[in-house]
Write a protein that binds this ligand. Structure first.
Ligand code: NAP
Length: 280
């Protein structure tokens, strides 16, 4: 029987650790502040933003949600980012993606001060991650590493296969596993014989965005399987990229969806904001 890695419980532990640090920081007159910019009213984005500000409230952060209309211009959005860059009560800034199509997300990310870039999307922070000298780690891959650590799984010398090469998940995920001495293969839509590559994985991370994409024939018995996917199944129920029922019996350890990677992403956002507030 596979060990189910309980992301919900681990994230709750991390939030408690953060809340305790916030209590101490407040005694020194510092309240970590996070600003979240939401452009438009995409329902999924509204939910993500609400969850982030709620999590801030729970650990004692100051959270400021900035709602901008869907027809906001690039200039207006950049001016808002600049105002937050200059605001001493704000230690972390994030702009919820995706933005409406007429806005340039790369320019917005580049405008956020690297010191307040708690999503770790700014090219300067990406470069720091690449050379292993980071201040912030991107929230989802950092959350995956925490799950791996707290589940007692060692990465060193393991063959780690990541499915997906996005800038926010797949690529940095591969880099973090490499930093811990994993032997890393990053797969994508042009990978030949994906199932055979995945079957070599001691640690398999799925970040594809397709429901039940990873089937039992793609998993080596005894592997650790981390499911980053957040999809809806045919009944509209939240599910991951892994066919959980078929894959679980094969694994040493596996993350469920929901209750695996998802809660960790917000916990890592809080951790980055705390780091920024501490000026570390
Ligand atoms: P993305 O930007 O759409 O990237 C998907 C990746 O999967 C791409 O690199 C793509 O390859 C690859 N892919 C697609 N079809 C494939 C196939 N048939 N075989 C092999 N590779 C294939 O998605 P993302 O932003 O990385 O997110 C991935 C999933 O994680 C989504 O379900 C998303 O909702 C979820 N997510 C969850 C969290 C969380 O907090 N739990 C956070 C972020 C994302 P190409 O590059 O060749 O197109």
């Amino acid at each position: 029987m596979a060990m189910r890695i309980d992301g919900k419980a681990i994230a709750a532990d991390i939030r408690r650790e953060i809340a305790a640090e916030v209590t101490e920081l407040k005694k020194k007159g510092i309240t970590p502040g996070l600003a979240v910019i939401l452009v438009g009213e995409d329902p999924a984005s509204c939910t993500y933003v609400r969850n982030k500000t709620k999590a801030c409230d729970e650990v004692g952060f100051y959270a400021r949600q900035i709602n901008m209309p869907a027809d906001t211009t690039q200039e207006e959005l950049l001016a808002q980012v600049e105002a937050l860059n200059a605001d001493p009560t704000i230690h972390g800034i994030l702009c919820q993606l995706p933005l409406p199509r007429h806005l340039d997300d790369k320019a917005v990310i580049a405008a956020i001060s690297p010191d307040k870039d708690v999503d770790a999307f700014h090219a300067q922070n990406v470069g720091h991650i690449m050379i292993g000298d980071h201040r912030f780690l991107p929230c989802t891959p950092a959350g995956v590493m925490e799950l791996i650590h707290r589940a007692g799984v060692s990465v060193e010398g393991k063959h780690c296969v990541v499915i997906g090469r996005s800038n926010i998940v797949g690529k940095p995920m591969g880099m973090l596993l490499l930093h811990e001495n994993g032997t890393v293969t990053i797969c994508h839509s042009r990978t030949k014989d994906l199932a055979a590559v995945c079957r070599q994985a001691d640690i398999l991370v799925a970040a594809v965005g397709k429901a039940k994409f990873v089937t039992a024939d793609m998993v080596k018995p005894g592997a650790t399987v981390i499911d980053v996917g957040m999809n809806r199944d045919e009944n509209g129920k939240l599910c991951g990229d892994v066919d959980f029922d078929a894959v679980e019996p094969l694994c040493e350890a596996i993350t469920p969806v929901p209750g695996g990677v998802g809660p960790m992403t917000i916990a890592m956002l809080l951790k980055n904001t705390l780091t920024a507030a501490k000026g570390e």
